[in-house]
Design a protein around this ligand. Structure first.
Ligand SMILES: Nc1ncnc2c1ncn2[C@@H]1O[C@H](COP(=O)(O)OP(=O)(O)O)[C@@H](O)[C@H]1O
Ligand code: SF4
Ligand SMILES: [Mg+2]
Length: 322
C-alpha cells in the first residue's frame, strides 16, 4: 500500500488561442501530485480551474506543455511500444460528467460493453457467454443487474443507471486507477452518494484507486482520503479531509463557505468568479491576490510557494516564515 501509481511532476499545460496563437491560457500551472495505491484523491476547484485538463493529461489524451507524468515510475509520453501504451489505456480509465454523451446513442448498452470486453480481452470473442458473465459480475460491483440493461439503448435508462454502467465499462479492462471527472454533477441529487459509494467500495474491496474531480466541498469531504484544491491551474492547498475541515487558504475557505450556503461576508468581498477574470493574463505574485480579502504587500510581488503547515500544504504568505 501507499506506493505511487501516478506521479505528476511540475506539469504545465498552456493552450494557445486565436489564429496566430498569440493569446495563451495557462490551464494547469506547475502541478505536482501523486496518486497512491488504494486511495481516493479529490481535485476540487470551481469551473475553469484546470480540473478537466489535468484529467485529460492523466488519461494521455493531451500532452503537457512541460513536466512529466509517470505511471508506475515510467514517463507515459516516453512509452514507445504500442503494447505499453495500450496497457496504460487499459489500466488507467476515465469516467465523465455526462453519461449520455459517453455512450453511442445508436447502440444498445450491452453491445457497447461487449465491445469493451472484446477489445480488452480478444480471446473472449469466441465465447460470448463468458463475456456476458464477466459483464454481469462487473455490473454487480456497481450495483446494477444485467437484466436492467438488457435490450436497452442509453436513453432508455436513468442518468444514475447509465453513470453506473459507465463506471462498469471503465472497470471491464481491470484498471488499477480510475479518474472520474465530475461523475455526479449531472445525476440526480438523491443518487450522488450511492454513486460515490461505488468508488469507496472499489477501493475497499479491490484496492482500486480513484481521482474524483468535483466542485462540491461536502461530497469531496465525504469520499476522499486526500483533497487537492486547485485555483486557476495551481494547487493552492492540499491535505486530508480533517485538514480541510478547517481550511487555511483564503480561496479554500471561500469554496467551503460557498457550499451549501453562501457566506454574506465573502459574497461582498469576492467581486468576480473565474469566468470574469481575463484568463489570458496572469498577474505577478499570488494568483489569488485580485480576489483576496487578506492581501498583503508581499502578495503583489512574490508568488507564495506551497508551505507545509501541520499535515497539509498551503500556498499563501499568511502561513510563510514570519
Ligand atoms: N482545448 C482548449 N483550448 C483552449 N483553452 C482551453 C482548452 N481546454 C481548456 N481550456 C481553458 O483552460 C482553462 C481550464 O479549463 P478546464 O480544465 O476545462 O477547467 P475545469 O475542468 O476546472 O472547469 C479554462 O480557462 C479553459 O477555458
Ligand atoms: S498569498 Fe496573499 S493574496 Fe495570496 S491568498 Fe495568501 S494572503 Fe491572499
Ligand atoms: Mg471540467
Amino acid at each position: 500500500m501507499n506506493e505511487n501509481i501516478i506521479e505528476l511532476d511540475n506539469v504545465t499545460k498552456i493552450f494557445s488561442l486565436g489564429v496566430l496563437g498569440k493569446n495563451k491560457i495557462v490551464a494547469v500551472d506547475r502541478v505536482s501530485l501523486t496518486i497512491r495505491s488504494g486511495e481516493i484523491l479529490s481535485i476540487l476547484g470551481e469551473s475553469g480551474s484546470g480540473k478537466t485538463t489535468i484529467a485529460r493529461m492523466i488519461l494521455r489524451l493531451i500532452k503537457p506543455t512541460s513536466g512529466t507524468i509517470k505511471f508506475n515510475g515510467v514517463d507515459i509520453w516516453k512509452m514507445k511500444k504500442w503494447r505499453d501504451i495500450k496497457n496504460y489505456y487499459m489500466k488507467v480509465q476515465g469516467v465523465f460528467q455526462d453519461p449520455y454523451s459517453s455512450f453511442n446513442p445508436r447502440r444498445k448498452i450491452l453491445d457497447l460493453l461487449l465491445d469493451t470486453v472484446y477489445n480488452a480481452f480478444p480471446e473472449l470473442k469466441k465465447d460470448k457467454r463468458k463475456a456476458l458473465e464477466y459483464i454481469n459480475e462487473t455490473l454487480e460491483k456497481v450495483g446494477l443487474d444485467i437484466n436492467t440493461l438488457r435490450g436497452k439503448y442509453p436513453h432508455q435508462v436513468s442518468g444514475g443507471q447509465l453513470q453506473r454502467a459507465a463506471i462498469a465499462r471503465a472497470l471491464l479492462s481491470n484498471p488499477v486507477f480510475i479518474i472520474a471527472d465530475e461523475p455526479v454533477s449531472m445525476v440526480d441529487a438523491s443518487t450522488r452518494i450511492d454513486i460515490l459509494n461505488i468508488f469507496i467500495d472499489l477501493k475497499e474491496k479491490y484496492g482500486t484507486s480513484s481521482v474524483i474531480i468535483g466542485h462540491d466541498y461536502s461530497l469531496a469531504y465525504y469520499v476522499s482520503d486526500r483533497i487537492v484544491v486547485l485555483y486557476r491551474g495551481q494547487i493552492v492547498e492540499e491535505g486530508d479531509p480533517e485538514v480541510l475541515e478547517d481550511p487555511l487558504h483564503p480561496y479554500t475557505k471561500m469554496l467551503k463557505e460557498s457550499v451549501p450556503s453562501i457566506d454574506r461576508r465573502w459574497e461582498k468581498r469576492l467581486e468576480y468568479r473565474i469566468g470574469e477574470i481575463d484568463v489570458t493574463k496572469r498577474r505577478k505574485g499570488c494568483i489569488f491576490a485580485d480576489r483576496c480579502p487578506f492581501k498583503m504587500p508581499i502578495c503583489e510581488e512574490k508568488e507564495p510557494p506551497l508551505f507545509k503547515v501541520g499535515k497539509g500544504k498551503v500556498r499563501c504568505w499568511l502561513y510563510g516564515p514570519k
